[in-house]
Design a protein around this ligand. Sequence first.
Ligand code: F6P
Ligand code: MG
Length: 438
Amino acid sequence: METPCPLSAKYEGSFAYYTVKDRLSQILTKVIDTIHRNKNKFLEAHGEEGIEAEKKALSFFSKLRNEMQTDKPILPLTDQQPDTQIWNQYLDYQRTLLSDGEEPSWFTSPWLYVECYLYRRIHEGLLLSPPISEFDVFRDVKNESFFQSQPAMLSLCAHLQELKGKMNRLSKDEVRGEIYKLLQVSLWGNKCDLSISGGQDNSQKSSILSSLEDYKAFILVDDMNSLWNILSKNRDGNTESRTRVDIVLDNAGFELITDFVLADAMLSLNLATEVHFHGKVMPWYVSDTTKHDFDWTVRQCLAINNRWMSKCGQAWKENLKKERWVYHEHLFWTLPHEYCTMAEVAPDLYTELQKSDLVLFKGDLNYRKLTGDRKWDFTVPFSQALRSFHPAPLCSIRTLKADVQVGLEAGVGERLAATEIDWLTSGKYGVIQFSPVV
Ligand code: F6P
Ligand code: MG
């Protein structure tokens, strides 16, 4: 099969069309409201200069919303950041795909590109409005969502501590059962993103652990056995051997806690010796994890008045100090590129991932970038849709929130489509989908 074309808002009625038309405007309107609401904060911190910056940012974002809503051409970035040129070169590349006289635009270009571009333009709007350039417009909603999910987090942390208390008495099968549980928790934690909900509260209200059996029917691809084959090698092998797992993070809040719990369990159960996390260098898709969110979350857990959660916080701080947990940043994760171009665009990152025994890609956006956000047939093998992207054995852990899905058994996609019109985008279904190095 030839590589199919990318999803785009040019297909009227598609999820991409609806996203660009409604959801992205909604998000931008929330950004405008947030800036406005923080006026006094800017005044207190920076005096009149803060107010001037607020006005500048507001006018930038209103103009941006108008550009998007009226399908104006995509404009080059005007800031001076390490990624500015890469973005502008990508715009040039998009031009080469069009006929003479046509310009890339919000409703005609690939959805993945324009959606990423929106977040980069939000960043640009703030960068060009000093002294409020560092302001994270999504921080309040991220923090709120963290606090809203606290009961679910507490029960998860209690579960982890209980597991750690009995880990020496567990048989190999029991260890496998436990890690499968936490992989599923991390999967369903991906329901809680604030981009699909247009910035509205989407936090986890109840404990996921007790619902895992009921949710199993919604896992369309379950490759947990392949993950176990890699992870159990460390446990079986000699104590000198090292197993590195990388987690390409998605959302802060409840999902990040599920990832921390999984990462902690992998170390504690001797399935991995080091876990490397990859986060975003700028606020991204509303709820994605930045370095600030990562550190803030560990600090919150530590400080909380709950012994299970603060115990987790202590262990996680210790893991970071001892470098059993390592946090990485790379600007490639906030570029619009499909991952099959990583080796060329960000060879250093590709080389870093090659050091891993297993790379876990969390969330929907990562899946879109892994597969190029294209109109693949549902039955195309995952490793084929990855094209040349095979740095290490990898696995996508993702709930379906965009209409791209590969690697299904024949007939599954058609059967679901016949009964549930939004099965690809509702977040009800999930995959734990593995690809070896091919
Ligand atoms: O807004 C589009 C989108 O990419 C959806 O496909 C998805 O719902 C969301 O943004 C990001 O999801 P995730 O946080 O799982 O990457
Ligand atoms: Mg996200």
